[in-house]
Design a protein around this ligand. Structure first.
Ligand code: PEP
Ligand code: MG
Length: 583
């Protein structure tokens, strides 16, 4: 019998695949599929890990003082016994042989399966055995991960085998950093129990360009590993164990999507000009320099938001230095082939924490406070760590020697923060000059994503070259709705009259001062919002590349003169959503 779960649609399209459950235990291990020819070698890696860890534990036990407490000695014995257990070894190896998982992934998956079985038996003795198994697996993972990175990378390039069923990822929750671990092309779709539409996890899932549904609350409990799953990323539905009729219906819809994608692809080189002749700038939001390829591919005319904080993640807290950042930003600039790239300084904090190993993470320990989104985040964090900020700004200025670069400051609340940031940027210029290092000019932008900034936009705009509205946070902070919390996801409403008034006010002020205003929150990529935003006077949209052509289609069909009259009505209404639905 099939079971349907309802969640929040965050990335459109239909995925059909076999469920891959990723629970909380080990998401930070590498996940990739290996070639058929590499199966034996991968199984051997597992065996080597087993015997190396067993030998090390035996050695430690032998070298331990004779008065080692009996219970500690017993733990060593149990661990060594588990490592020598042939049944368990074969269980793990089956994941490699049958599914072609890499050794670490196979080990983590097997462990999760076993732990799940143990959890179902209420017995203290077994609970302790569960902890032993986790510790043994941890030892093996550490050993495996200590192996040559190069050989792993070579294997990682393997694509899913010909004819293999696509995989659909199911997890309780994923941090943005976890999400980045999963290689492109590995999963056909994502489902999580937690999360909201504009949580950064959803944004990263969207950047993988695959259908995703978050906030299902119980998918990771209901769905069984290996069963078929339909993910409807448009309707926010997940169907576990679908009937043949449901499968054929969704396969048909999948084909329709494909036809629509092919139709939109023909718009790639069409200039984004409205019916009344207005030129609209359609830009891309990206997380990493390599994403510029996707931006160019859909005909984006620049990058409107490079979320630089993703360069700071998954590095065990070791921050990227100036050279590394310079190389990354330069890659993005060169990737855009002369089109402008807007690099936002690190938006660390809230749901994008630094890993604990870095000293600066102590200040980012704000995350563990009660309201991390109201804490030491983004520009607040940068200003509290001026050396880290200066390093990043120098890298950005150096990249600007290779093409047009804009520097964007996130989460500003007070004019004084702009002034402090500008002073540090001036200092970064001087530091580079003193070292005789080439730099280029940058235009400075202010993100308007806190109500205080929207209300004070007149003063803000006087200090910068352009404005960029971050509606994901503007909605969160205006409506007091946590963007990552599925319990209040239904209250996260970009069409709330208060939000629309703030957006309209910012656009109008930009026009009055001759400062370009772009919008880079998720609504910029929502084709259902395009006409309203055009009517409010928006001319620069920045969105995930996968959304760009659908938005362009709306632009081509629009007449801004008519839309601005209609937008005034929407703005004056208590129920803008109803007017939007009526067209
Ligand atoms: C926003 O808040 O709308 C935005 C674009 O920034 P982020 O989603 O990275 O917080
Ligand atoms: Mg934001």
């Amino acid at each position: 019998m099939s079971e349907t779960l309802h969640g929040i649609a965050v990335s459109g399209g239909i995925a059909i695949g076999r469920a891959e459950l990723v629970r909380s235990l080990r998401r930070d291990v590498p996940h990739y599929l290996i070639d058929a020819a590499a199966v034996d070698a991968e199984v051997q890696r597992l065996r080597d890990a087993r015997s190396a860890v067993a030998q090390r534990l035996q050695h430690m036990r032998d070298a331990a003082p004779h008065d080692l407490p009996a219970d500690v000695a017993a733990v060593f014995d149990v661990h060594i016994m588990l490592l020598q257990d042939e049944v368990s070894a074969q269980g793990v190896e089956a994941w490699v042989r049958e599914r072609r998982y890499n050794a670490e992934w196979a080990l983590a998956s097997h462990l999760e399966e076993v732990v799940r079985q143990f959890d179902e038996i209420p017995d203290d003795y077994l609970r302790e055995r569960k902890a032993d198994m986790e510790q043994v697996a941890e030892h093996m993972l550490r050993w495996l991960q200590g192996q040559s990175r190069r050989s792993r990378r070579a294997q990682a390039a393997a694509a899913p085998g010909e004819g293999a069923a696509p995989l659909a990822l199911v997890a309780r929750d994923l941090s943005p950093a976890d999400t980045l671990q999963f290689r492109r092309g590995l999963f056909a779709g994502f489902v999580t129990d937690a999360g909201g539409k504009t949580s950064h996890t959803a944004i990263v899932a969207r950047s993988l360009g695959i259908p995703a549904v978050v906030g299902t609350r119980r998918a990771s409990e209901v769905v069984h590993a290996g069963e078929w799953l339909i993910i409807d990323g448009d309707a926010g539905l997940v169907i576990a164990n679908p009937t043949p009729a449901e499968l054929s219906d969704y396969r048909f819809r999948q084909r329709q999507h494909q036809i629509e994608r092919e139709r939109l692809a023909r718009l790639k080189n069409t200039p984004a000009i409205t019916r009344d002749g207005r030129h609209i700038t359609l830009l891309a939001n990206i997380e990493r320099p390599a994403d510029t390829a996707a931006a160019v591919d859909v005909g984006a005319v620049g990058v409107g938001l490079l979320r630089s904080e993703f360069l700071f993640m998954n590095r065990q807290g070791k921050l990227p230095g100036e050279e590394e950042q310079y190389a990354a930003y330069r890659r993005a600039v060169e990737g855009m082939q002369g089109m402008p790239v807007t690099i936002r300084t690190a938006d660390i904090g809230a749901d994008k924490p630094l890993e604990a190993a870095h000293p600066a993470a102590a200040s980012a320990a704000a995350l563990r406070r009660l309201n991390p989104a109201l804490g030491l985040r983004a520009i607040r964090w940068s200003l509290s760590e001026p050396d880290i900020f200066l390093t990043q700004v120098r890298a950005i200025l150096r990249a600007a020697a290779h093409g047009a670069v804009n520097l964007l400051l996130p989460m500003l609340t007070h004019v004084s923060e702009i002034c402090q940031a500008l002073a540090l940027i001036a200092r970064a210029h001087e530091q580079l000059d003193a070292r005789g290092i080439a730099r280029g000019p940058v235009r400075i932008g202010a993100m308007i994503e806190v109500p205080a900034a929207a209300l004070m936009v007149r003063q803000f705009a006087q200090h910068v070259d352009f404005l960029s509205i971050g509606t994901n946070d503007l909605v969160q902070y205006t409506l007091a709705v946590d963007r990552t919390d599925e319990d209040v996801a239904h209250l996260f409403d970009p069409l709330h009259p208060a939000v629309l008034r703030l957006i309209a006010g910012v656009i109008a002020e930009g026009v009055a001062q001759g400062k370009p205003v772009s919008l880079c929150g998720e609504i910029a990529g929502d084709a259902a919002m395009t006409r309203l935003l055009l009517g409010l006077g928006l001319r620069h949209f920045s969105m995930h590349p996968s959304r760009l052509l659908a938005v362009k289609q709306e632009v081509l069909d629009a007449d801004t003169t008519q839309l601005s009259e209609w937008a005034k009505e929407v703005l004056a209404s208590d129920e803008p959503a109803a007017l939007l639905a009526a067209g």
